[in-house]
Design a protein around this ligand. Structure first.
Ligand code: PLP
Length: 467
């Protein structure tokens, strides 16, 4: 078992704070249960300070940051130039809806879209709202009723995006009656791949399902508005789809006159070593959803870009909110894009991604490592119990490795699955990246040698204070 590595201040803050939130009623009993087994349940950090490639917890312990504000800090933590740009926008405009920065940022963003055809923009506050806006835009433009989304996909936690996402069926409990317009199709390379099928066969099946099964057995072709896809299944475990899947989807959309929406909230703006995740597949979507990195890690900013004929003249579409495109959010976006250009950030992400892949290339030799997945700096390592007969869950292994990483000063995400996910900053110092992955490999060795238990993983349900 990994020892309790949390310092006294962090532990005290978690014990004081977590019961205030979701599942707070269960916290005491979970702590007690884990304590009886010799474990401490809470394995979270509370960030006291963040700078560059590192964060510090309340007890002053430093961690290499692979969590990256949940993939929102492309230039590392608290980049001073972005903070300054946001500060200046606050000083000058406070909050107003109409200000020049919203035009300036839209101009800059549209100039880096995968194709100039994506020539109209709409601001939103969060990735969730942007994904919802994309769906509403598709429905109103096509005047159709249905959207196809995928198993294991994640588009947000609002009512609308819960209904559209497919990463956890339980999220739709009590919402069943609301999901009428959503068809979920299988996403290849997800955990759901049927036993005995090769990945190539499964991709063919998934494409067949979209183009044949759905229109023949579920909904007429001319009532489907769009396919909504993440070109890299981010929250669902950093799975990387094969080229022919995305290209196949584009072809199916063209053939059937369906729109293709690429949700790039997490894969966009350099995360995968290209500007957009979709760029790896050489296809152009009709609508592109952007968020996270656009904030520069400082101030929320999100939105959608779409083709002229879709967003340029659509009276039925409505979206946006009071705080969509704030002066501070736009200032963060403008400065962030300026830094992307000045520092060659996308090329750097590709370079660091190659280094990470090279380091991890032998990890599948460890008994507990099931699969290493990486596209640029979208990195996931899947784990499993080496003895399937033993009554151990795969996610215990991932949590045990993550706990050991935390003990040794590296912060990564392992929230729902048997996967540890990592999102290093696109400008992370190469030596820090190497050191962090070195710590991770040591943790894998440690868990391989020592074994793992349920108590190595946080008994605590996720999402309270940032696993
Ligand atoms: C692909 C994708 N879409 C949408 C969202 C929701 O974005 P936000 O949490 O900023 O609302 C996320 C968040 O992780 C995401 O990964």
């Amino acid at each position: 078992m990994s020892e309790n590595f949390l310092g006294a201040k962090t532990q005290a803050m978690l014990e004081r704070g977590i019961p205030l939130f979701r599942n707070g009623l269960k916290f005491e009993s979970e702590l007690e249960k884990a304590g009886r087994r010799g474990f401490r349940a809470a394995r979270q950090i509370v960030v006291d300070k963040a700078a560059g490639d590192f964060i510090w917890d309340l007890d002053g312990k430093r961690y290499i940051d692979f969590q990256n504000g949940w993939a929102t800090n492309p230039l590392g933590n608290a980049h001073p130039e972005i903070i300054e740009a946001v500060h200046q926008a606050h000083l000058r405009y406070g909050f107003h809806y109409d200000h020049p920065l919203r035009y300036e940022l839209a101009e800059k963003l549209l100039a880096i879209m995968p194709d100039r055809a994506l020539s109209r923009f709409n601001y939103e506050v969060s990735g969730t709202e942007a994904a919802e806006a994309a769906v509403h835009l598709a429905l109103t433009h096509t005047r159709r009723r249905y959207i196809i989304s995928f198993s294991s996909s994640f588009h947000g936690e609002s009512l609308g995006t819960k209904l559209i996402s497919g990463y956890d069926g339980a999220k739709n409990r009590y919402l069943e009656a609301w999901t009428g317009g959503v068809i979920r199709a299988p996403y290849p390379y997800s955990d759901e791949m049927p036993a005995g099928m090769s990945q190539e066969q499964y991709v063919d099946f998934c494409l067949w399902y979209l183009d044949n099964h759905i229109p023949k057995s579920m909904v007429p072709r001319d009532n489907i508005a769009a396919i909504l896809i993440e070109p890299g299944l981010a929250e669902g475990g950093n799975w990387i789809p094969p080229t022919n899947f995305l290209q196949g989807i584009r072809a199916i959309c063209d053939k059937n006159d369906w729109l293709m929406i690429s949700d790039e909230v997490l894969t966009g703006l350099g995360r995968t070593g290209k500007m957009w995740g979709i760029d790896h597949y050489e296809v152009v979507p009709d609508i592109l959803v952007v968020g996270k990195n656009l904030s520069g890690g400082i101030e929320p900013c999100a939105g959608i870009a779409a083709r002229d004929e879709i967003l340029g003249d659509n009276d039925a579409f409505s979206s946006g909110s009071t705080f969509a495109g704030t002066p501070a959010g736009c200032a963060a976006g403008i400065k962030t894009l300026e830094l992307y250009e000045r520092e060659g950030l996308v090329a750097n992400a590709a370079r660091l991604g190659r280094i990470a892949s090279e380091i991890m290339s032998t990890w599948e030799d460890y008994d507990i490592v099931r699969q290493v997945r990486a596209n640029g700096l979208l990195v996931g390592v899947g784990f499993h119990s080496p003895d399937p007969a033993a009554d151990a869950k795969n996610w215990w292994v991932a949590r045990a490795v993550r706990s050991q990483m935390l003990a040794n000063g590296v912060w990564a995400i392992s929230d729902r699955e048997d996967t540890i996910r990592m999102y290093p900053a696109l400008n992370m110092d190469e030596a820090v990246l190497r050191e962090g992955l070195g710590v991770m490999e040591d943790a894998i060795r440690h868990v391989t040698a020592q074994g793992f238990h349920e108590g190595d993983s946080p008994a605590w349900p996720t999402g309270v204070a940032g696993f």
